[in-house]
Design a protein around this ligand. Structure first.
Ligand SMILES: Nc1ncnc2c1ncn2[C@@H]1O[C@H](COP(=O)(O)OP(=O)(O)OP(=O)(O)O)[C@@H](O)[C@H]1O
Ligand SMILES: [Mg+2]
Length: 376
């Protein structure tokens, strides 16, 4: 029996990645175009499960296939320290000058000595970080290659580290070094960082808001892995499964996975398998994506969403304000924040709709546990 080809887990590259070909090529082009190409600082943003981490994996692949070195990191505390203490010295060690010539050892930097990591001095860390980046890119330049740094889950809690990284990269760009940066983060986190005055570097980056994938491409993302694994699915079955995902990448994998596992030994995936698989995916999506997405926002924003869920289609802002017992000015502020988080989007004048599939159902079923009554 062939193993289930679908990958409904965060950060896992899907068996067939769809809808992002142009974006991936853009990043590759920026690497080819040389220093000064705007895409050499790229940020992917969008709601949970939309495929940001997967895009970072692809950006890394673009770099590796061109012989670039890649440092892949996550914006957790100690980021700059890890870059300065571990990643850069390791790469310098691996790709440094042959023995006999001057070599960089650890972070003991000529003229600076080593850093007291128990209580590091900010400028000292930045200087060393910059020094190591310069050393490495000098060496890489001789081999006509460069360095890509990717940082996942960028967040304003780490604004200090991002500022340091931004300053060093900006300097490297000015010196026309072969350097590139790709970051990813939730919309609210990214816009929080962009509003930080000091982060000019990020503001100048190419920012891509990832969204849903066109349904016909989703059908291909479901059909191809099934057929490659030796099974068969009808056009109609495929179209039905694709429609149930609303083009939302996490659901492509979750639906595919659950459709496959109904009768994994049978050669054909039937429409009944599709129906059962879609139903199973719907049951799982709440805990996997909707709940964490709701946990990212404030309680008042959640109550706005619960109030929206009472409508069967797009909601009128004035109705929501009335249900919440707030004036329309106040409601507009929630609206803006939620649009910024990409959980809802405008749907014609004065109207709003959910972006995430099944969020309405989830809110209706969980309004009580979310601590908001029924939202009326
Ligand atoms: N273009 C795509 N085609 C098919 N599947 C995709 C695509 N992009 C992502 N996926 C699948 O969607 C799921 C989520 O992807 P990923 O982990 O990159 O999302 P994310 O935006 O980083 O989420 P989070 O904000 O929670 O970190 C994974 O299972 C991945 O395989
Ligand atoms: Mg991610």
């Amino acid at each position: 029996m062939a193993p289930n080809p679908f990958k409904p887990s965060f950060g896992s590259t899907p068996p067939l990645l769809v809808g992002r070909g142009d974006l991936i090529a853009d990043f590759g082009d920026a690497l080819d175009d040389g220093p000064g190409a705007p895409g050499r600082a790229t940020i992917y943003t969008g709601m949970r499960g939309v495929g940001k981490t997967v895009m970072l994996n692809e950006a890394e692949e673009q770099a590796r296939s061109r012989g670039w070195l890649v440092i892949s990191e996550t914006a957790t505390p100690g980021l700059v320290e890890r870059l300065t203490r571990n990643h850069l010295p390791r790469l310098l060690h691996e790709f440094g000058e042959p023995k006999g010539k001057r070599r960089v050892t650890g972070v003991s930097i000529p003229g600076l000595g080593s850093i007291n990591w128990a209580n590091p001095d900010k400028t000292e860390v930045e200087t060393s970080f910059r020094f190591l980046v310069e050393q490495l890119t000098d060496i890489l330049a001789k081999h006509e290659t460069g360095l890509l740094l990717t940082v996942d889950e960028i967040h304003r809690h780490l604004a200090g580290d991002m500022r340091t990284i931004g300053a060093v990269l900006q300097h490297g760009f000015r010196e026309e070094r072969q350097l590139a940066f790709a970051g990813a983060g939730l919309p609210a986190a990214v816009s929080g960082l962009l509003n930080d005055d000091v982060l000019t570097f990020l503001r100048r980056a190419d920012i891509h808001h990832l969204g849903a994938v066109p349904i016909d491409e989703v059908a291909e993302a479901i059909r191809q892995p099934i057929e490659s694994a030796g099974r068969h699915i009808s056009e109609a079955g495929c179209a039905k499964a694709a429609k149930a995902t609303s083009g939302y990448p996490f659901l492509i994998q979750l639906v595919g996975y659950n459709v496959w596992r109904q009768h994994p030994r049978d050669e054909t995936v039937t429409e009944a398998d599709v129906d059962a698989g879609v139903a199973a995916a719907r049951r799982r999506i709440g805990a996997l994506v909707l709940e964490p997405s709701l946990a990212d926002i404030s309680e008042v924003d959640r109550s706005f969403l619960v109030a929206m869920a009472a409508d069967s289609g797009p909601s009128k802002l004035s109705d929501i304000a009335e249900r919440l017992g707030v004036d329309s000015n106040y409601a507009s502020q929630y609206r803006l924040r939620l649009i910024q988080s990409e959980l809802i989007k405008p749907a014609g004048y004065g109207k709003l709709e959910f972006t995430m599939p099944y969020l309405r159902d989830y809110l209706l079923n969980h309004a009580a546990t979310l601590g908001m009554g029924n939202g009326e």
